[in-house]
Design a protein around this ligand. Structure first.
Ligand SMILES: [Mg+2]
Length: 233
């Protein structure tokens, strides 16, 4: 039996959304308003991120320092190394932008270890620009990357797919996966609960690790090639 792990990035692997950091630090004019409209469902997550990232107005070095200051869940990097070495492939799926995600993955030595599916983007003249590809099979107008479609694709390659996320755009991925983790006290967990969907709440990748091991033992059976060690955590 083969297993794959798919995870959201912002506020799942990190402890804060990058766009939240930018709003808190620089309060771009109009950002508070578009954030309220996003929460009322009037604008998409892609509109919100596009607006915030296009209104940073800081030089490349400052933005780089801001990206590098984003805190990671203290167990996330070890969990990813453990999963990739002992269990199967690890995917990061994000409606955010590969520009800042790759910088953080490189900082933690994870860049070549995981498959990243995120909106392409780049730095230019004080801001970050997101460039979703409308011709991509996994394109969604509201998120750029349709996380549900990404998980469906991974389901065709692995017998069993785990997913971890924190917010509404993660919902299609969480229900497409065989086993879903939702950050406790966040909107994905509320949505799953309201719709009667099964999920495991988590507070850190430490709790994800413990539950993942339990699920692997339950599903892998006597013929499993999956071997588990606590070498990394
Ligand atoms: Mg998130």
């Amino acid at each position: 039996m083969t297993f794959a792990f798919v995870s959201d990035f912002d506020n799942t692997i990190t402890l804060k959304d990058f766009y939240t950091l930018i709003i808190e630090k620089y309060s771009p004019p109009g950002a508070a308003d578009i954030y309220e409209r996003f929460h009322r469902g009037e604008v998409s997550v892609l509109d919100l991120l596009g607006f915030v990232f296009n209104n940073i107005h800081k030089d490349r070095f400052t933005i780089m320092q801001d990206i590098l200051s984003l805190p990671l869940d203290s167990y996330a990097a070890d969990f990813i190394r453990w999963f990739v070495n002992e269990v199967g492939p690890f995917y990061i799926v994000s409606a955010g932008c590969s520009y800042y995600i790759e910088i953080l993955l490189e900082k933690y030595g994870l860049l070549g270890l995981v498959t990243l599916v995120a909106n392409p983007g780049y730095y230019h003249d004080g801001n970050i620009y997101i460039l979703p590809n409308p011709n991509d099979d996994i394109y969604s107008p509201s998120t750029g990357v349709d996380k549900g479609k990404v998980v469906e694709g991974i389901n065709r390659q692995a017998d069993f797919t785990f997913f971890a996320g924190d917010s509404e755009p993660d919902y299609p991925a969480a229900i497409a996966a065989d086993f879903a983790f939702a950050r406790e006290n966040n909107s994905l967990a509320e949505l799953m609960r309201r719709n009667g969907k099964k999920f495991s709440p988590y507070s850190s990748f430490r709790s994800i690790y413990e539950k993942t091991r339990e699920v692997l033992f339950e599903h892998s059976g006597a013929h499993s090639k999956v071997k588990l060690s606590t070498r990394y955590i």
